[in-house]
Design a protein around this ligand. Structure first.
Ligand code: GLN
Length: 540
């Protein structure tokens, strides 16, 4: 039977609850348990797919094509398990489903209410995550902060789960802040006390309290929190600020957090294998070289909008013992800059990630042209691939007005066009080409060299595609279509062999990169960028 751990947050948002949940998950996985993770987001949107990246950061896409919160990216990177549609539940999703049931008449004339109908729906989602994953333990993070109006139905549902399953099958972790007051030089426990009081007023007594703090909690502070919050002293875990995020699971391990959890959940204390993780920490702490990579996008003022891309670059850097410094380049500003060599002066590679809409497009095309003409390693992702093709069509094949119908519906040469099955779609939510699709790789290409295999599966999130009517013309000028979806013939990867390293994919490789297993496309891109720094690749 699956056991359930719930992670709530108190005092302030942005405490790293997602990392707390992921770290505990990693510790339990390292003891041989099958772990699955889930996040509740109390907003009304059905999923973050329609939200602006400025509001929400990146939309993380799972293998089954769910558009989810970026915390799921942390989960997958920490526990290295594929998550799915049961992993991200919003208020919008819950209400949508309950209202559809009401319209169908499923409630047989009952008055539909928050308790029990909405809370039942939430509980079903928790149990569904357990039954479909067959995990030993499901860890559910509840977004927001205790006291938020939006999250009340979720908290009430958790209370009911504890009531149904009992304390040996459920466990509550409450993540809070213990601030340090400079001047009097002391840590303050009061905000945590109040947060726990608030949680209790909703019927939940936390089992473990994780305290974000700038300095380790001394014994007397832990004792005070234990007394006021009614948890054993050893169940007060400190989460000290760290430079290297991967250190956090080890900090929890040193405070026996996983042992405490397994004891309460009545599970065997299998031996823990954290060796691969410790090796990773050691690598990250001792990187010998560094390199600058330019990331050209329109949301660069919010780095979270590109979090998986930034992480994937770092993962590849670890493999080559190299720290990655990102040169965040605003594509819209680039449109007004003539001297690109100044912008990219120290950048040894240029990456153009995904995006939507017109703004900043010409700046990205300018950056791609610069990379192509100057032999700078280039990696394009999704929109980055579409723009690389447009740039090539315009500047190499002299198809002057080549464009995407996303930016100009009436353009004469729609090199990138709406996919046929997208033309009749009216709803914006959940209707992109999403999740895993096959890609067949051509032999004797850079892509084949990178992957070392013919058939791969990668995750997608797009509405437009390369227009195959232009394939022959572009091939004539040297562009290689090295990855194709075998059933639809959609272009998945393009590359330009008359360049040291120029490759782009319609899919998003960043969702599959892991700290101990960089993605092949990022791996070879960073390798080429390092070779550029070493002078092995000559730029112009
Ligand atoms: N806007 C493009 C499309 O919808 C690219 C999407 C993306 O980069 N994720 O096809």
């Amino acid at each position: 039977m699956t056991k359930y751990i719930f992670v709530t947050g108190g005092v302030v948002s942005g405490l790293g609850k997602g990392i707390t949940a992921s770290s505990l998950a990693l510790l339990l996985k390292s003891r041989g348990y099958k772990i699955f993770m889930q996040k509740f987001d109390p907003y009304i949107n059905v999923d973050p797919g329609t939200m602006s990246p400025y509001q929400h950061g990146e939309v993380f896409v799972t293998a089954d094509g769910s558009e989810t919160d970026l915390d799921l990216g942390h989960y997958e990177r920490f526990i290295d398990e594929e998550l799915n549609y049961t992993s991200n539940i919003t208020t919008g999703k819950i209400y949508k489903s309950v209202i559809e049931k009401e319209r169908r008449g499923d409630f047989l004339g009952a008055t539909v209410q928050i308790v029990p109908h909405i809370t039942n729906e939430i509980k079903n989602k928790i149990y569904e995550a357990g039954t479909t994953s067959k995990a030993d333990i499901v860890i559910t993070e509840i977004g927001g902060t205790i006291g938020d109006i939006e999250s009340q139905a979720f908290i009430e549902a958790l209370r009911q789960v504890r009531n149904e399953k009992g304390p040996s099958n459920t466990l509550f972790v409450h993540a809070t802040l213990v601030p340090y007051i400079y001047g009097s030089n002391e840590l303050k426990t009061k905000p945590t006390q109040h947060s726990v009081i608030e949680l209790r007023s909703m019927g939940i007594q936390p089992d473990i309290i994780v305290c974000r703090t700038p300095v380790p909690l001394e014994d007397n502070i832990k004792a005070k929190l234990s007394l006021y919050c009614s948890v054993p002293k050893e169940n007060v875990i400190d989460s000290v600020d760290v430079v290297n995020l991967y250190q956090i699971p080890i900090n929890y391990y040193n405070q026996h957090m996983d042992e405490i959890v397994l004891k309460q959940l009545d599970l065997h204390q299998n031996t823990s294998n954290l060796e691969p993780w410790k090796k990773l920490i050691n690598t990250v702490d001792n990187l010998k070289d560094e390199i600058e990579i330019a990331l050209v996008g329109k949301y660069v003022s919010l780095h979270d909008a590109y979090i998986s891309v930034a992480e994937s670059l770092k993962h590849a850097g670890y493999k080559y013992n190299t720290k990655i410094n990102i040169n965040w380049v605003d594509s819209e500003e680039l449109e007004h800059i003539d001297n690109l060599s100044e912008v990219f002066k120290n950048s040894k590679g240029i990456i153009v990630p995904g995006g939507f809409g017109n703004r900043g497009i010409e700046g990205k095309i300018k950056a791609i042209k610069y990379a192509r003409e100057n032999n700078i390693p280039f990696l394009g992702i999704c929109l980055g691939m579409q723009l690389a093709v447009i740039e090539f069509a315009r500047n190499v094949c002299h198809i002057e007005d080549a464009n995407s119908t996303e930016f100009n519906e009436l353009c004469q040469n729609p090199i990138i066009d709406l996919m046929a099955d997208q033309k009749s779609i009216i709803n914006m939510g959940g209707t992109l080409r999403l999740g895993n699709y096959d890609c067949e790789i051509k032999e004797n290409t850079l892509a084949y060299l990178d992957y070392g295999q013919k058939l791969i599966k990668e995750r997608h999130r797009h509405r437009y595609e390369f227009n195959n009517n232009y394939k022959e013309e572009l091939e004539k000028h040297g562009l290689v279509f090295s990855g194709i979806n075998p059933s639809s013939n959609l272009v998945e990867i393009i590359e330009y062999p008359d360049h040291p390293h120029f490759i782009a994919s319609q899919f998003h490789p960043e969702f599959k990169s892991r700290p101990t297993r960089p993605h092949p496309l990022f791996d070879s891109f960073i390798k080429a960028s390092i070779n550029t720094k070493k002078g092995k690749i000559k730029t112009k």
